[in-house]
Design a protein around this ligand. Structure first.
Ligand code: C2O
Ligand code: CU
Ligand code: CU
Length: 469
């Protein structure tokens, strides 16, 4: 069984809060791993070919060997690096012992290519051909999307990042920042295998005891210069991260769908499952500064609130990563502007459609507008060329991160408060009892796709609907 229980992890966390010795010991031993790059071929300018393979693999996790579901043998999966304007031919092969498929989370393409309704049997290969539109540079990701098995496959390891390069290459202050990908993904093991879901995990979303950064437990980042540019991806099933760096502000420069016009200075940043953000961290002073996951109460799915093993209300502060700055380092300044053209502002639109997030605690069902997912039903028909405002109301006692495929949106308001700046998103957290409004333009690409809660257990249990444009 587990050699590290949640309780012992918390003890270690508490000890490392108290003891500078332990912090230094950790600093010396475990550098932040860089995820491997997925090899790509560029047979002609602008054409990119790559091959992803899902298969079981052996991976070193926190000093032991685990058998996980991997992409190309790596956990998390390798980084798919693309550029705006690329024409991509991505082959995907399923070498698992069960059906899976590949979803390109946040990318804007035809729903017939990024198709959550398609299943690949073991041994099958699919070819996904798509273009990366201009203006969509940012941090995205890929993971499986077969209704009913997303939660288990994601928890077993299937997730990897996508980085799309674009105008940030021309902002010299961004180019001079030291860039790191930070993939937040938790895991628990039973023996050497991913731990199975309990009843409570299905209800609340499964959280793992091992809160890993790029697959490593509490690694250390030793920068050579500042500021740091952290590309943050929450690839966890259900864990929320309330991120804070000790004694440092975070300058938010990108959300899910890409760069902001100007940095937004924050003391902390909440990253719900599926969300991405990019922050600049100017290095201030010398010493060890930890990236922390502060306590956040995302509510619980009823029944035995507070008693669910694995838990949804995280009461502890969890150290994720130590930034070690032993001496003064060269430092570029934080840019005042990032994008030279303003992001269009869709935040004034008026509501058109209502989505009620609900659930029946005892019935193991999560619903949108009272209905559980049915792939043969179309829940929303939108007109090509229109911009719709969706009002999402959370009628449950826990947060749900609402996600829409293919069509990026802007948040209009949360809990009645207007969103202070324009940014492109594809996941928005809707707190328990809250009402969130988003504006979604349907400018191109017709077809059928889905929207759902990105606590993937809830998605598997029915909190998903079908959109046809
Ligand atoms: Cu991360 Cu339906 O997606
Ligand atoms: Cu998605
Ligand atoms: Cu949910």
């Amino acid at each position: 069984m587990h050699s590290l229980t949640r309780r012992s992890i918390l003890k270690i966390a508490a000890a490392s809060l108290a003891s500078p010795l332990l912090r230094n010991a950790a600093a010396a031993t475990l550098p932040l791993p860089a995820l491997p790059l997925l090899p790509v071929d560029r047979p002609e300018p602008g054409i990119v070919e790559a091959h992803l393979v899902a298969a079981w693999g052996e991976v070193a996790i926190a000093g032991r060997t685990a058998r996980l579901q991997t992409y190309n043998g790596s956990f998390p999966g390798p980084v798919l690096r693309l550029r705006e304007g690329d024409q991509v031919r991505l082959r995907f092969t399923n070498l698992l012992d069960e059906p899976t498929n590949l979803h390109l989370h946040g990318l804007h393409m035809s729903p017939a290519v990024d198709d959550p309704f398609r299943e690949l049997d073991p041994g099958e290969t699919a070819l996904l051909e798509f273009a990366i539109p201009y203006g969509t540079a940012g941090t995205f990701w890929y993971h499986p999307h077969i209704h009913g098995s997303v939660a288990e496959q994601l928890f077993a390891g299937l997730a990897g990042p996508i980085i799309i390069g674009g105008p940030d290459r021309y902002v010299s202050a961004l180019r001079r920042a030291e860039s790191h990908l930070v993939v937040l993904k938790d895991l628990s093991l039973a023996g050497d295998s991913p731990a199975p879901h309990s009843m409570f995990d299905w209800m609340n979303g499964k959280e793992g005891d091992l809160v890993l950064v790029n697959g490593a437990l509490q690694p250390t980042l030793s920068p050579a210069r500042g500021p740091l540019r952290l590309r943050l991806l929450n690839a966890s099933n259900a864990r929320y991260y309330r991120l804070h760096v000790e004694e440092h502000p975070l300058h938010l420069i990108a959300t899910d769908g890409g760069l902001l016009e100007s940095p937004v200075v924050l003391d902390e940043l909440l990253l719900a499952p599926g969300e991405r953000a990019e922050v600049l961290v100017p290095l201030q002073g010398t010493g060890d500064f930890r990236l922390l996951d502060l306590p956040y109460d995302r509510g619980s799915g009823g029944m035995h609130g507070g008693h669910h093993g694995g838990g949804s209300a995280s009461a502890a502060t969890i150290p994720l990563l130590t930034i070690s700055v032993p001496r003064e380092l060269p430092q570029a300044r934080i840019p005042e502007r990032i994008l030279h053209e303003p992001i269009e502002n869709l935040r004034a639109a008026t509501p058109a459609r209502r989505f009620d997030l609900g659930g029946h605690g005892m019935g193991w069902q999560f619903t949108i507008n009272g209905q559980s997912f049915d792939e043969s039903r179309v829940d929303v028909r939108a007109t090509p060329g229109s911009t719709e405002v969706w009002e999402i109301r959370n009628l449950t006692a826990m947060d749900h991160p609402f996600h829409l495929h293919i069509y990026p949106f802007q948040v209009v308001s949360r809990g009645g408060a207007p969103e202070p700046y324009s940014s492109w998103k594809d996941v928005v957290n809707v707190r328990a009892g809250e009402v969130v409004r988003i504006a979604v333009p349907f400018r191109d690409f017709r077809g059928k796709t889905v929207f759902h809660c990105h606590i993937v257990e809830h998605e598997d249990l029915g909190m998903m609907g079908v959109l046809e444009v």
